[in-house]
Design a protein around this ligand. Structure first.
Ligand code: NAD
Length: 344
């Protein structure tokens, strides 16, 4: 099968070339993202392989279908960039459900520690032989309460890490896990209770209609003064304008963002010589208590290997007998169920 690979980065090719050897799958690598303007590059291919900031909307789906493309192989877990309802009956959509929950959960803790212990400030200071500790006071994580929204694969690993630090966990999930709440150090609570009592809030739920702007002016109002917000999930879970206002008013003590609502325009690219055309992002980055990473939480050697091997297996399974264990939607036929990730 010939697969058009969109939004290729230098770190993608080695693992995909390695795992596709002798698989009967050939990848043609395009640096551009998939969208309405670039979709015709997929002409003559059997499938496309896409990442988080490629666009698989109704127009793109219709054009892929017209050109005889059969497969969209997402090399990520989230599929909010795919119009699943529109794809039904036209394209097979595969994803990589879990490539390394540890990569994302560990990055989340790395961001939290960096922020609250001012490591990002210390690194720059000591490089300039400035050994002053003024303004560097942090706080202990031990004994603090972390609110975790979304207790799936990544959320649970993050909870385990937090428990290792002696933190108390308040969890919220639309579909709570039966074996997580121990009635003591880890408890499922309502969203309002989580907002009210958490010193730190970390988002690990998918982006759906339910979770769009789950952090907005209204929810921030319910939070403790000085709350630390962590978002390594999807940008649009957070209303960035409301977050900026919360930081300006000192309601939000710190924010660590690996994702941003409008990241598709900027993330993964080098804009260092340019004037950033996004005042909210520029202002957030300018804040001393905001750390932004460029959707890199997934980026470990282990995750890249798992992404490539699972994507190749997904396509190979489809080639063999039309079966792929990581196919989205096709079986339940319901975009609503698929959005919850519970249909398979
Ligand atoms: P998962 O499917 O294992 O877990 C998601 C959890 O969210 C599930 O328990 C689900 O029941 C819950 N959920 C669904 N709807 C909810 C709602 N309305 N409110 C609260 N909880 C809800 O997914 P995962 O592997 O843990 O990944 C979580 C998210 O992390 C993904 O959706 C993706 O957006 C993001 N992610 C980010 C990166 C990165 O590099 N930054 C990498 C991988 C995944």
């Amino acid at each position: 099968m010939k697969i058009a690979f969109f939004d290729t980065k230098p770190y993608d090719k080695p693992s995909f070339d390695f795992y596709s050897q002798d698989s009967g799958i050939t990848f043609k690598y395009f640096e551009t993202k998939l969208n309405e303007d670039t979709v015709d590059l997929a002409h003559g291919f059997d499938g496309v392989c896409v990442f988080v900031n490629d666009t698989v909307n109704a127009a793109v789906i219709d054009r892929l279908y017209e050109m005889g493309v059969k497969v969209v192989a997402l090399r990520c877990a989230g599929f909010n960039n795919v119009d699943m309802k529109h794809a039904y009956g036209k394209l097979h959509i595969f994803r990589v459900p879990a490539y390394s929950p540890y990569a994302v959960a560990e990055h989340t803790m790395a961001l939290l520690l960096t922020s609250i212990r001012r490591i990002h400030k210390a690194y720059i200071r000591t490089r300039d032989y400035n050994f002053s500790l003024a303004g560097m006071t942090g706080f202990d994580l031990y004994g603090k309460t972390v609110g975790v929204i979304g207790t799936g694969r990544i959320g649970r690993v993050f909870i385990d890490i937090c428990r290792g630090f002696g933190m108390r966990v308040l969890a919220y999930d639309k579909f709570p896990a039966a074996d997580l709440d121990n009635g003591d150090t880890v408890r499922y609570v309502s969203l309002d209770e989580l907002f009210k009592n958490s010193d730190i809030i970390s988002l690990h739920c998918p982006l759906t209609e339910d979770t769009y702007h789950i952090i907005d002016e209204n929810s921030l109002e319910k939070c403790k003064r000085g709350v630390v917000l962590l978002n390594t999930s999807r940008g649009a879970l957070v209303d960035a304008e409301a977050l900026l206002a919360g930081i300006k008013s000192r309601k939000v003590g710190a924010a660590c963002l690996d994702v941003y609502e409008e990241e598709a325009d900027f993330f993964f690219e080098d804009y260092s010589g340019h004037i950033l055309d996004d005042d909210t992002l520029a202002r957030l980055i300018s804040m001393p208590n905001v750390i932004v990473t460029s959707h890199q939480a997934f980026l470990t050697e282990e995750a890249l290997a798992n992404i490539a091997s699972t994507t190749v297996d997904n396509i190979a399974g489809y080639m063999k007998d039309g079966q792929c264990p990581n196919e989205l939607c096709w079986r339940c036929g319901s975009a609503e169920d698929c959005k919850t990730g519970k249909c398979f």
